[in-house]
Design a protein around this ligand. Structure first.
Ligand SMILES: Nc1ncnc2c1ncn2[C@@H]1O[C@H](COP(=O)(O)OP(=O)(O)O)[C@@H](O)[C@H]1O
Ligand SMILES: [Mg+2]
Length: 274
């Protein structure tokens, strides 16, 4: 975090329109996130949360306006590994013979550059990242032998291992049991306290609420709210984000703004295209 300029802005979107091909999904968005902030991205299914987060990684196209990440136009960061990413609904292929240690190590390689060997400091970072997600005792196990929730935790560890300055996570708690969600919240609190900027897409603010004081709500491709997380919850409570056909079930503790739903396969494949 040192020696990389005095700008304390982690993210700056100005009139940013982000999409795929020439199709605009997230439109005319202004958003500034300072270094060290921790921001929840909330919103109904299909509102554009994943597109927004992928736009921060250079995985979706900036069609208009500007997106600056850590002081540089998105996609032009000289050093990889400064931005960590946990994609949505991405688990590791069952055919992949790699161990947990190897997959988490890939995150560390992103920081070093490919074809450089992990040193002692890197190996320690890999072990620490695995421990942080509760998988210290599974380092030598094939990832294919882990449950879906555990595989998601491997991907979180892979992102943590790079010790990124900005960590973007797309529904990191989806499909993860309650105890693991609490554990992840503790990990993110530590990472945040150490100065890492967090942008976390989530539909379930219960365990993460204490870690993410600020929230933005995406509604039909536009930012409908930017402020304290509690205010976003109140906004959701008014029914301001009702969409026709949405489930009208009773409010549940740790309410959900965004019910999980199966995504088209093509979208899922592209989600994992990093
Ligand atoms: N790769 C893609 N190509 C074209 N359209 C896409 C792609 N991915 C998502 N979309 C569309 O963008 C819109 C927003 O999707 P998404 O960003 O995944 O929303 P959310 O994460 O909030 O559920 C949806 O209408 C979806 O169909
Ligand atoms: Mg999504």
């Amino acid at each position: 975090m040192t020696g990389r300029g005095t700008d304390d802005t982690a993210l700056r979107l100005q009139h940013a329109t982000i999409g795929y091909g020439d199709v605009a999904i997230v439109r005319d968005t202004d958003l500034t996130v300072r270094r060290g902030e921790a921001v929840a991205v909330l919103g109904a299914n299909g509102s554009g949360k994943t597109t927004l987060s992928r736009g921060l990684l250079g995985l979706a196209t900036v069609l208009d306006g500007t997106v600056e990440v850590l002081g540089a136009p998105v996609g032009r960061l000289r050093e990889r590994g400064r931005v960590g990413y946990v994609p949505q609904r991405h688990t590791i292929s069952g055919a992949m013979p790699a161990t947990v240690r190897e997959v988490v190590g890939v995150g560390r390689l992103a920081r070093l550059g490919l074809f450089r060997r992990l040193g002692a400091r890197d190996r320690a970072a890999v072990a620490d990242a695995a421990a942080a997600v509760g998988l210290a005792d599974r380092l030598e196990d094939p990832v294919a032998s882990l449950s879906g929730g555990q595989q998601r935790r491997v991907l979180v560890a892979r992102a943590l291992a790079a010790e990124p300055e900005l960590l973007v996570m797309d529904e990191p708690t989806a499909g993860v049991d309650a105890a693991s969600q609490e554990a992840l919240a503790t990990v993110l609190a530590g990472v945040s306290a150490a100065g890492t900027t967090l942008v976390v897409v989530t539909h379930e603010t219960g365990p993460l609420a204490g870690v993410l004081p600020r929230a933005v709500v995406v509604d039909s491709g536009r930012l409908a709210y930017d402020g304290p997380l509690a205010g976003a919850e109140a906004l959701a409570g008014t029914g301001g984000h009702h969409h026709p056909g949405e489930d009208e079930g009773p409010a549940v503790p740790g309410y959900r703004l965004d019910q999980p739903r199966p995504a088209p396969d093509a979208v899922r494949v592209r989600d994992g295209s990093r």
